[in-house]
Ligand binder design. Structure first.
Ligand code: MEV
Length: 447
């Protein structure tokens, strides 16, 4: 297949033409297909085109709603953008379950962001470097004032600057570690701009200082970048209820809670299970993060680092029983923004934030953590009772039928058929073929 130099310089039409002629044998239908995903309103399409480089069309994700979340006494309809069939249903089920039991309670534990100037300094007397950095500390604040002024007016800015000696891990390696309050913005651009300014100050000041001799003035900046690991930007969400009110079908409340807590415990101690357990939590969190225009890769990376903070990967949620009460909670670092980035640009993000009552960043941390907890509660509730496939396959049935290109009336008939039966891929194909009056294929491609 051909390669190309200067692709980004081509017009959008020319990019499409190049792709279609080189990768789709010049098929005109493929061009129509791509264009069918363009927005009718040219200005909206232009906005999307300009979010990234080389946009040729849009990629749709379903935007669903999980209603009935009661968080700290306030009701929310929560927007979720996700492709997996059962996620919104599971979140909503958890919301309904806890709506009648006092809802979700949340606490913001901290909101600190972190960034580093990573540099190499090979002097032998480390205390001299510490003295130098301490002496110039006020300059890091004063000489970045042009960048930090607005953030300070909003109540944030640089919180602390610290020199960290990492030479035990890597010869000559030091960090200028800075902590920030970025208020309602996620703060990546702000932090990175400040850090790059810090590196210039370091380089300038080391030339001028009398605290170091000429041999000790060789300082090499490696890089300046925020850390997406924000263990001090953390929220807690919790639910609780009397154990004897938590019976499930044949199971008493005590039996259910015993099995549930055992499932949480397994995720706390067993990384294989913890990964799937946390994946379920992130199903909920990511879909809110995406719908509200935040960076789900940053949130994912941080959550999993946090889950391994004690040297072994484990569950993000925890449970306990005490004095007849079952308690289930999550503590998760979430660095989110409700201003800046896509939040004021993407029309669906603006809609999502409006639906949430235009939350500030801390409110959004609470909302996302609650959806993660709700998701995990519903998953564990199914896993320790009916099993996960019953609900999951019910939700997945429409995907199977769409892949078979079933008509609307066939879909209605088949969904009805499975009302009291367990859905499997082969059972769905079988009933579909029966209704259509066609032969059941011997091997069926799975969806
Ligand atoms: C599926 O996307 C998520 C689950 O596997 C989570 C879990 O096992 O806890 C159902």
């Amino acid at each position: 297949m051909p390669t190309i130099k200067g692709f980004s310089k081509l017009s959008k039409e020319a990019k499409i033409e190049w792709i279609i002629s080189n990768y789709f044998n010049g098929d005109e239908n493929a061009i129509d297909f791509l264009k069918s995903y363009w927005h009718d309103d040219i200005s909206v399409q232009k906005l999307h085109d300009e979010f990234i480089e080389n946009t040729i069309t849009n990629f749709y994700l379903p935007f669903g709603i999980a209603p009935n979340f009661n968080i700290d006494g306030k009701n929310y309809c929560i927007p979720m953008a996700i492709e997996e069939s059962s996620v919104v249903a599971a979140a909503a089920k958890g919301a309904n379950f806890w709506l009648d039991r006092g809802g979700f309670k949340t606490t913001i534990i901290a909101t600190e962001k972190i960034g580093h100037v990573h540099f190499i300094w090979n002097g032998s007397d480390h205390s001299k470097l510490f003295n130098f950095v301490n002496a110039i500390k006020p300059k890091f604040y004063s000489e970045t004032n042009a960048i930090t002024r607005n953030m300070q007016l909003r109540g944030g800015g640089i919180l602390d600057i610290e020199l960290i000696d990492k030479t035990r891990d890597e010869p000559g390696y030091f960090q200028l570690k800075a902590t920030f309050d970025t208020c309602d913005s996620m703060g990546a651009n702000f932090i990175n701009s400040v850090l790059e300014e810090f590196s210039k100050i370091l380089k300038n000041e080391i030339e001028l200082t009398t605290l170091l001799n000429e041999d000790e003035k060789d300082l090499q900046i490696i890089m300046c970048i925020l850390s997406n690991y924000t263990p001090n930007c953390i929220v807690r969400a919790e639910v609780s209820a009397p154990i004897d009110t938590l019976g499930e079908g044949e199971m008493s409340g005590e039996e259910f809670v015993e099995k549930f807590c055992r499932a949480v415990r397994i995720a706390e101690i067993e990384p294989y299970r913890a990964t799937t357990h946390n994946k379920g939590i992130m199903n909920g969190i990511d879909s809110v993060v995406i719908a509200t225009g935040n960076d789900f890769r940053a949130v994912e990376a941080c959550a999993h680092s946090f889950a391994a903070r004690n040297g072994k990967y484990g569950s993000l949620t925890h449970s306990e029983t005490k004095d007849g009460i079952f308690r289930f909670w999550i503590e998760v670092p979430l660095s989110l923004g409700t201003v800046g980035g896509l939040t004021g640009l993407h029309p669906m993000v603006k809609f999502a934030l409006k639906m949430l009552g235009n939350p500030n960043a801390q409110d959004l941390m609470k909302i996302a953590s609650v959806v993660g907890l709700s998701q995990n509660f519903s998953a564990l509730r199914s896993l320790v009772t009916s099993g996960i496939q019953k609900g999951h396959m019910k939700m997945h049935l429409l995907n199977i039928l769409n892949q078979l290109e079933a008509t609307e009336s066939e879909k209605t008939e088949i969904v009805n058929y499975f009302k009291d039966k367990i859905v499997s891929h082969s059972a769905a194909v079988e009933i579909f073929c029966k209704i259509r009056g066609i032969e059941i294929p011997k091997v069926v491609a799975k969806s």
